[in-house]
Design a protein around this ligand. Structure first.
Ligand code: NAD
Length: 487
């Protein structure tokens, strides 16, 4: 294998950050962290247990009850959030290097993720300054108004696919609204989360407001979910994990936001701008190594353009550059972890019995080590196939033909998931009606997966509960108390 880039000053040990200090686990437990290109351990990380979660929650609770953060004027808090955004932007190159090293995401795409993280902080800084609350009057008899209040300690549990950006998506609104937090990042990728500690401290976030506990989901994550002093859990991850967390949080009746898995359809009608649809469909399933919750991993194509589409799509998939994530030419890097690699590789084998293999089908030539899978395309996939129904979370796509709009809709909705959908047609009446009838939290019509931070983000069916984004995040992280006055 060619020489592999290793960022400078890579830590060999990753700690928790509790009450303004980097610390190890009370019981000294650690777990190994792997580099996805060599699959060698490059660091150990403190493995949080119940005692560590207890300490982090106690610090966050103290900072909430007695600290300045929840009482700060929105403008004051917004200034600190903007400093965080500046710091993230200023370190964008370094953050991207670290993220790429830890996750295997292509470096060019990791850079975009760091910038999005900064944007999340700026966006919520703006929102809290512009926020006003309702007042309702009954002339001459009553006035009612709303007190919006931070809730307390928010537990934030995040996945490994775009760790730093997804953490920012929860940290920014939770902190902007005056809560204090305990973050439990994914155990496959703890590196970039540890960078938040210095960024927050330097920007002026008081000790105890941001706490980080690394560790396994079943230990650290579980303790956070069950902690009685944590009234909110914002979770992003797999649907099965979401169900477990939902059950475990029930005892304490917590506020829950659940961003879960997906198997999103990309529906291409014969009248579509086929060049644009092709570009978008390739990006939709192969960017971020296919490890994208909103990946368009089922492509449904109207029969008259089906053969042409399959041929062109497969030809393009074969030209995608797979390789070292740090190489700027790389378009698909290494999957995050050997366990995940095994899962994706097993779906590739299943796919060979369920569809017609048009591209990929295993390791790319010349990459015998590391978690590399060639962009893999299966055509003629039936709706009852496992590769049509199950989230693979890798560079693997199922293509299926349809003959009528009704059939396309039935196929689009024929999974337990309902996160995103992409629709390509020149017929705008059909586009809007189809969007309306698609069981998906987010629909992109003739367009790419581009986010507007004001819009709701979330899924339906097994893809999630609740929405975040814009004022919906503010609603999730605040209580709205009604005050009634008789005039
Ligand atoms: P995962 O569910 O395995 O883990 C997510 C987090 O939950 C990790 O931090 C893990 O340690 C923790 N966890 C695991 N078991 C737990 C438990 N019993 N109690 C508390 N915490 C626990 O998910 P993953 O493999 O890290 O991420 C991939 C999944 O995330 C995919 O299904 C993907 O679609 C989904 N995802 C969804 C969105 C979205 O916005 N809808 C975004 C990104 C990823």
């Amino acid at each position: 294998m060619a020489e592999h880039f290793v960022p400078e000053n890579l830590p060999t040990h990753i700690q928790h950050f509790i009450n303004g200090k980097f610390v190890d686990s009370v019981k000294g437990a650690t777990f190994d962290v792997l580099d996805p290109v060599t699959n060698q351990n490059y660091a150990t990380a403190a493995a949080g247990q119940k005692e560590d979660i207890d300490a982090a929650v106690a610090a966050a609770r103290e900072a909430f009850v007695n600290g300045p953060w929840p009482k700060m004027k929105p403008r004051e808090r917004a200034r600190i959030l903007n400093k965080i955004a500046d710091a993230v932007e200023a370190q964008e190159g370094r953050l991207a290097e670290m993220e790429t090293f830890d996750t295997g995401l292509p470096i060019t795409q990791a850079k975009g993720q760091a910038l999005r993280a900064a944007e999340n902080f700026r966006f919520f800084a703006d929102l809290i300054v512009a926020q006003f609350d309702d007042a309702m009057k009954v002339p001459g008899s009553q006035i009612n108004y709303v007190n919006r209040k931070p809730i307390g300690v928010a537990g934030l549990i995040t996945p490994w696919n775009t760790p730093f950006m997804l953490e920012s998506w929860k940290l920014a609104p939770a902190l902007a609204t005056g809560n204090t937090v305990v973050l439990k990042p994914a155990e496959f990728t703890p590196l970039s989360a540890s960078l938040w500690a210095d960024i927050f401290t330097e920007a002026g976030v008081p000790a105890g407001v941001f706490n980080l506990v690394n560790g396994l989901g079943e230990e650290a994550g579980d303790a956070l979910v069950k902690h009685p002093d944590v009234p909110l859990i914002s979770f992003t991850g797999e649907t099965t994990t979401g169900k477990t967390i939902f059950r475990n949080a029930a005892e304490n009746l917590k506020g829950m936001s659940m961003e879960l898995g997906g198997k999103s359809p990309c529906v291409i009608f014969a009248d579509a701008d086929l060049d644009a649809a092709l570009d978008s469909a390739l990006f939709g399933v192969f960017s971020l190594n296919g490890e994208r919750c909103t990946a368009g991993s089922r492509i449904l194509v109207e029969r008259p353009v089906y053969d042409q589409f399959c041929e062109r799509f497969a030809a393009r998939a074969k030209t995608i550059v797979v390789g070292d994530p740090h190489d700027p030419k790389t378009q698909v890097g290494a999957l995050v972890h050997p366990e995940h690699f095994k899962k994706v590789a097993s779906y590739v084998e299943i796919g060979k019995t369920e569809g017609r293999l048009l591209a990929g089908g295993g390791r790319p030539e010349g990459l015998e080590e590391g978690n590399y899978i060639a962009p893999t395309v299966f055509a003629d996939v039936k709706p009852d196939a496992r590769i049509f129904q199950e989230e693979i979370f890798g560079p693997v796509v199922a293509i299926t033909p349809f003959d009528t709009e009704a059939e396309a809709l039935e196929l689009a909705n024929n999974t337990k998931y309902g996160l995103a959908a992409y629709i390509w047609t020149q017929d705008l009446t059909r586009a809007h009606n189809f969007a309306q009838n698609t069981e998906a939290g987010m629909v992109w019509l003739n367009s790419h997966n581009v986010r507007d931070l004001r819009t709701p983000f979330g899924g339906v069916k097994s893809s999630g509960l609740g929405h975040e984004g814009g004022y919906r995040s503010i609603d999730f992280y605040t209580d709205q108390q009604a005050v009634h006055i008789t005039l």
